[in-house]
Ligand binder design. Sequence first.
Ligand code: ATP
Ligand code: MG
Length: 445
Amino acid sequence: MISLPAHAARAIAQLEAAGYETWAVGGCVRDSLLGRVPHDWDLCTAARPDQMQAVFAGERVLETGLKHGTLTLLTDGGPLEITSFRMDGGYTDGRHPDGVRFVTDVTADLARRDFTVGAMAWHPARGLCDPFGGQDDLQNGVLRAVGDPDARFTEDALRILRGVRFAAQLGFAVEAETAAAMRRQLARLSCVAAERVHEELTGLLCGRFVIRALLGYADIVTAALPELAPMVGCAQQNPHHLYDVWEHTARAVGQVPAEPALRWAMLLHDSGKPACKTVDDAGVGHFYGHPKVSREIAEQITRRLHFSKEQAERILLLTEQHDRPLGDSDKLVRRRLTQIGEARFRDLLAIKKGDAVGQGTHPDNVAELCETERRLNAVLAQDACLSLRQLAVDGNDMQALGLAGPAVGAMLHALLDAVVDGTLDNTRQALLAHAQARMEEHDDQ
Ligand code: ATP
Ligand code: MG
């Protein structure tokens, strides 16, 4: 029922030929049983690390995880993580086992894993090993902790975020006792390294069932991102909005392509709203200046979670500019293109569409954005001059006219603005004449 790729089958055969019981385990078994193609294959084995090294002597291996029992075998079919059957020792730091003990029984190894649907092993001859009811939970779409849920989340708080991430990716419900334990242990999230929080939240945001997960586990997500907690239940009191700030955000996130920067920007775009909320005499809510405050919150979060500089800059720009018009004329579209470039323009189109759909009102806004997209494509097809590089003159020409220092750049920008606005042709002759005229004007003053 599971089709094992050749590289995994070969490694299992090699270990078993040396006398060590070996299984495919975890996500690859879960995904295969769901009829999905696993993104990688992990094995677990009765061989201890030194015994694995002996079996794979002469092959390409990475030994970075060896202390915890993991050897990575580099095969033509991709890297294969092979881990010795192990039980974890105590967890004093709320995240890492104090030590691991290698064991010979696959069931003991499965018992240390976090959710039943990931605690199954499969062998081409012996079939499925499922001591914790993983297959039933898989069929019912349930995420259930293996063993005592409070103990599991106290040992390693990352599992709380993994649970919500799996819910967002698989569309599964977290079983009631497991969810209650996750919530009881939320304070332990502070033990989890920022990089891991970042990684799990990105997986959650890019999941197919992200809307449901953000709505169902708002308290868990905002425990990891406390800056966003005021969004939950913040009423918009505005005819343009059907939902509170959090529900609007969740729906908007689900609308944009599952690309990390877009999903994060959508999550953060209205984070400044609670702090900016005012209610007028007619009882209507307003959020003047919120994009700037959202940007500040996004800055704080992207710094704390160690986003790369490029990723953070992209998210901050989209957060800050999500409410600005993109342009309802060719001239405005060209201007925006010169300011932010095609890639960010297209990002903003996606963000603004997500925002409009997430409001639950005004479908005409989406039609307007489609019109802007059409205009953008038309402007790009004209191969219009949109940057200094495309201008028919350069800095040397300006120096030849007698300009020096910052005046060179200022003049080139003035020429570009006029070309983009359509008041000046992008020809050498016209540009030089225009520059000359501006210099003379300047001299007269
Ligand atoms: P995916 O790779 O699709 O994210 P996965 O279930 O394979 O999902 P991995 O992080 O690749 O998750 O881990 C492989 C297996 O190791 C899991 O299925 C689980 O059994 C176990 N595991 C991973 N991380 C933990 C953890 N923090 N606590 C307990 N078990 C874990
Ligand atoms: Mg995996």
